[in-house]
Design a protein around this ligand. Structure first.
Ligand SMILES: [Zn+2]
Length: 251
């Protein structure tokens, strides 16, 4: 027996299957991440095949059978397809990086509504260009680290407990957290954090506004979070969507 279920979903990834079908990885609101097939989805006349596409935010109906690894989508309606994200190459690149993080690091079938809502919110903000895509991505990444259980420890020095950290050079140790200038000599530094970078990290973590921040500083914050995640998740090889683009740019 299979259950007929309805939920909201974001299409994280899509591949061709057989001669006519598509298989998608979905992040759903009520059932977490799952894999599903759209039979005949590559037929140009298939409305369902067109709708079930990467980035799209959908209301879906599917047949769920726990003994089966791939579920069957029977119908879908678009809630939003974030048209402005798809129009802008830079925006698309960062949105793709978000899908990649959720696809590769989120555990199958684990329900996380906070993460689901966070994903929809960041895509909506990107679609409306509320802030540059690089900043919105960095905000999502910081939030995502917390959801995975690897949040950055920035509130106080891990050794002496000092809370006023914004006015000096700092050291971060991936296992232990942040260290003030007085204590950093006693710890192995995983990443050096200067005052400018610390200010950006605080804005990202506590969702504060950012005034006139240059992109290279945001990219540095992203690189720091990426290294931190690599340290804690050895299987994680970095964000491919971002590195591919960098390679193309540097040619
Ligand atoms: Zn200290």
């Amino acid at each position: 027996m299979s259950d007929i279920l309805k939920t909201e979903a974001v299409v994280l990834h899509k591949i061709k299957y057989g001669d006519t079908s598509i298989i998608v990885t979905l992040f759903t609101k009520d059932y977490g991440k799952l894999t599903a097939i759209v039979k005949g989805g590559r037929n140009p006349k298939s409305r369902l095949g067109l709708i079930v596409d990467t980035f799209n935010y959908l209301q879906i109906v599917f047949y769920k059978k726990d003994s089966r690894e791939i579920q069957l989508i029977s119908s879908a309606d678009i809630i939003s397809h974030f048209p402005n994200i798809k129009k802008d190459l830079e925006c698309q690149r960062y949105a793709q990086a978000i899908l990649e993080l959720v696809k590769n690091l989120n555990v199958e079938h684990e329900v996380n509504r906070k993460l689901f809502n966070g994903l929809i919110r960041i895509f909506s903000l990107m679609n409306e260009s509320k802030e540059p895509a690089v900043i919105l991505f960095a905000r999502f990444f910081m939030f995502f680290l917390s959801e995975l259980g690897y949040q950055l420890q920035l509130e106080q020095c891990s050794s002496c407990g000092k809370k006023e950290l914004s006015k000096s050079e700092l050291s971060y140790n991936y296992e232990l957290g942040i260290f003030c200038s007085d204590c950093q000599a006693n710890v192995v530094e995983s990443f050096h954090i200067n005052m400018e970078l610390f200010a950006v990290l605080i804005c990202l973590k506590f969702n504060k506004r950012m005034e006139q921040v240059n992109n290279s500083l945001i990219e540095k914050a992203i690189s720091f979070m990426e290294k931190h995640l690599k340290h804690h998740v050895p299987d994680f090889k970095g964000i491919q969507s971002l590195s591919l683009f960098n390679n193309l740019n540097s040619k």
